[in-house]
Design a protein around this ligand. Structure first.
Ligand SMILES: Cc1ncc(COP(=O)(O)O)c(C=O)c1O
Length: 384
């Protein structure tokens, strides 16, 4: 950035002035706890039931320090002050929009094809959306930095740019140089959110995460999640990584006890060194299965190219028309329906998304699930 970055200039004034909700538990968390109108007689669960040990009659820790301490060593940032925890990344998307965008006035920028929740949350918050499509030529799925810069200069009220890397549905990691160019764009009058929900599916050797850039750039927020590589979509834990000033604003704005005690005890366990190793070995297995799935799928008649870089735990596959010449939306939709309704295999139709003409997005399953998918997809593709 050539201009001096000023957080005060881009945050909603009511959020800057916010006096956050404080509970006694922010200051004291042990002793005889008579501060929060909990049920001092305990929960309705029997002692000895697996969950009763987690003090469920108490409100959860509002700050979740032990989880953040594990994240400090896992992601290599200087302190817990760089981390925010939310109810999935989805809560963080909404929170960031509420922090930076004045409803009816400010805008976000997205780069289609991209994850749908950025637009949904913007619409809920009455925030308009500027779209600068990715360069989709040959399934490149990379940023058009010049067009983004132009959009920024034409729309000074863009407060957030949402980038998804690796992208959903593109499965493609964005170039670090392009992300850097946007962070440093003199026309940028807001923050850049880099959604790294699928980052751990990339080879570690590619040094893929930009989380550590939070130390260098005052205007980056990286989002990660336990939903994908850690296999814990059900516990709803999303992670925001940014400089301590932005994290403080996020903490001020969140609901006081947003991360519940069950989630928090499971997340702490998931982030132990042993389980991080396990996550790494599972993501490697998924990579192996992905390669096998790709080589089987392209052999089916009616399948076109697998597009994108396949950096995540899914693939984006073109369904061709009956003459096998070009991608075909209607056929893709019909294959999608047949798979779900006759064969019990549910994939995602993405064939109407920009740059994803006639595509299905298919998550890598277990070896048995992938075998079934290939068999049933073959049947669904047969021309009647
Ligand atoms: C790119 C991307 N970001 C965020 C999410 C939501 O993640 P979470 O489960 O942490 O809310 C998803 C879920 O599919 C996703 O694909």
């Amino acid at each position: 950035m050539s201009k001096a970055f000023s957080l005060e200039a881009i945050v909603r004034p009511n959020i800057l002035a916010l006096k956050p909700y404080r509970c006694a538990r922010d200051d004291y968390s042990s002793g005889i706890l008579l501060d929060a109108n909990e049920n001092s007689f305990g929960s309705v669960l029997e002692v000895g039931e697996p969950r009763s040990s987690q003090d469920l009659h108490r409100y959860p820790d509002p700050n979740q320090v032990p989880i953040k301490e594990r994240l400090v060593s896992f992601r290599g940032l200087p302190s817990i002050d760089y981390f925010f925890l939310g109810v999935g990344s989805d809560e963080i998307i909404d929170l960031v929009i509420r922090i930076f965008c004045v409803p009816g006035k400010d805008k976000i920028l997205i780069t289609p094809p991209t994850y749908g929740m950025y637009s949904v949350c913007a619409n809920i918050n009455d925030v308009s959306i500027v779209k600068v499509n990715l360069d989709v030529e040959d399934g490149r799925f990379q940023l058009k930095t010049d067009e983004i810069s132009k959009a920024l200069s034409e729309n000074p009220s863009i407060k957030i740019i949402f980038l998804c890397s690796p992208g959903n549905p593109t499965g493609t990691a964005l170039s670090h140089n392009d992300i850097k160019a946007i962070l440093e764009d003199p026309n940028l009058n807001g923050v850049v959110v880099v959604d790294e929900a699928y980052i751990d599916f990339m080879d570690e050797g590619r040094n893929a995460s930009v989380a550590k850039w939070a130390e260098r750039y005052p205007n980056i927020i990286v989002m990660q999640t336990l939903s994908k590589s850690f296999g814990l979509a059900g516990v709803r834990l999303g992670i925001g990584i940014s400089n301590p000033e932005i994290i403080q604003l996020m903490n001020n704005t969140k609901a006081p006890y947003n991360v519940n005690s069950l989630t928090s005890s499971i997340a702490l366990d998931a982030l132990s060194p042993k389980n991080i190793e396990k996550m790494r070995s599972t993501t490697q297995q998924i990579q192996v299965e992905k390669t096998k799935l790709m080589s089987s799928i392209v052999r089916l008649r009616g399948i076109g190219k697998i597009i994108g870089a396949n950096d995540a735990n899914f693939i984006l596959v073109q369904i061709l028309d009956e003459t096998c010449e070009k991608p075909d939306r209607e056929r893709a939709q019909s294959v999608y329906k047949k798979l779900a309704e006759y064969h019990g295999v549910v994939v995602r139709y993405r064939g109407s998304e920009f740059g994803c003409e006639g595509c299905l997005r298919i998550t890598v399953g277990t070896p048995q699930e992938n075998d079934t998918l290939i068999e049933k997809l073959g049947v669904a593709l047969e021309i009647k």
